[in-house]
Design a protein around this ligand. Structure first.
Ligand code: UDP
Ligand code: MG
Length: 320
């Protein structure tokens, strides 16, 4: 059986179409399927529509959160309730076309445990495109594991991988990173990502920023290390400056074309502001790591369920 996990946050405009498109395509999948809609605290009619879908088609199930927990947590929750031999993750807004599922499943049948879709094009504004482009390159450079470029959460995964993914305890989840970290046989296939069918983008700038930080901070110490290196460089330069100044004063050696002794306010102000800024950024970064450590230590549940529709229990036996 195929389980399809779909995070839903205020998607009332698209759910009916999503349902129709999934049903149309399901004939090509060659197996039974279930759809786990994860209602991430929607404030519109999404949950009502999800219940209606379940009333007319029992294969459509819903986990409804007590509030908005965020996309990555919604995906993680869906994976915990999925019971298929193969599990797919896709967005509700049909930016991940259900037509593509056949291709993903084909590779899974060939024996790949993780088959993910790689975005070829993006129909988004230039700023967002640029931000994503930069983010994936920084992540690729920083991360200790190789997280493939331009891949989102759209994928199919074998049951065995899902089970392991569910067993990872972290709270700040960057699902596509964790998925790569797991290993096994993985393959990416290219696809064109369309624009969302209807409605507003649900990822606010703040949420995207959090995602980017979870990606980089969760998989790399490089940002902190860089600050160490930079501090080293600054201290070294200042010592060098001191030596030059001393040689100038004591022996009258002018080793630079500048008059180092002529103390003006500007160089001083620059040095103070520059170093102050660098230190604050460094502190902020430390805070990002420390905050995440704090999240893990608190060990609060990842999400809280308000209502289950068509599902009785979490797949506890599947969770290690
Ligand atoms: N989403 C969610 N919780 C959130 C924000 C988004 O479950 O807090 C869902 C949303 O309903 C959609 C998917 O995540 O199914 C991707 O969101 P969106 O299309 O807004 O982002 P983008 O396609 O720009 O990455
Ligand atoms: Mg979208």
């Amino acid at each position: 059986m195929l389980s399809i996990v779909i995070p839903v946050y205020n998607e009332e405009e698209v759910l009916e179409t999503l349902y129709n498109r999934l049903i149309e395509n399901s004939v090509h999948w060659g197996q039974d399927f279930e759809v786990i809609l994860v209602d991430d605290g929607s404030r519109d009619r999404s949950f009502e529509i999800a219940k209606e879908l379940n009333a007319k088609d029992k294969r459509f199930k819903t986990v409804s959160f007590s509030r908005n927990f965020g996309h990555q947590i919604a995906v993680s929750a869906g994976l915990q309730y999925a019971s298929g031999d193969v599990v797919a993750v896709m967005d509700a807004d049909l930016q991940d076309p259900p037509e593509f599922m056949v291709e993903l499943l084909k590779k899974w049948k060939e024996g790949y445990e993780v088959v993910f879709a790689v975005r070829q094009g993006r129909k988004e504004n230039i700023f967002k495109k640029l931000a994503y482009w930069l983010f994936y390159r920084i992540l690729y450079w920083a991360a200790e594991i190789q997280i493939p470029l331009d891949t989102g959460d759209f994928c199919v995964m074998d049951k065995k991988v899902v089970k392991l993914l569910n067993s990872l305890p972290e709270k700040n989840r960057f699902v596509r990173g964790l998925r790569s970290w797991l290993g096994f046989r993985q393959i990416g296939i290219p696809f064109e990502r369309g624009s969302r069918l209807a409605g507003e983008v649900k990822y606010t700038f703040g949420k995207l920023f959090k995602l980017a930080f979870d990606g980089v901070v969760g998989f790399s110490y490089k940002p902190l290390q860089l600050f160490g290196y930079f501090g080293f460089f600054v201290s070294f330069s200042s010592i060098l400056l001191l030596i030059l100044l001393g040689l100038d004063k004591v022996f009258g050696w002018h080793l630079t074309p500048y008059d180092l002794d002529k103390t003006g306010y500007f160089p001083l102000l620059f040095a103070v502001l520059f170093l102050g800024g660098v230190q604050l950024i460094g502190l902020g970064l430390l805070g990002e790591y420390l905050g995440r450590v704090f999240d893990e230590v608190k060990n609060r549940p990842l999400f809280l369920v308000k209502e289950l529709v068509g599902i009785t229990e979490k797949n506890e036996s599947e969770v290690l």
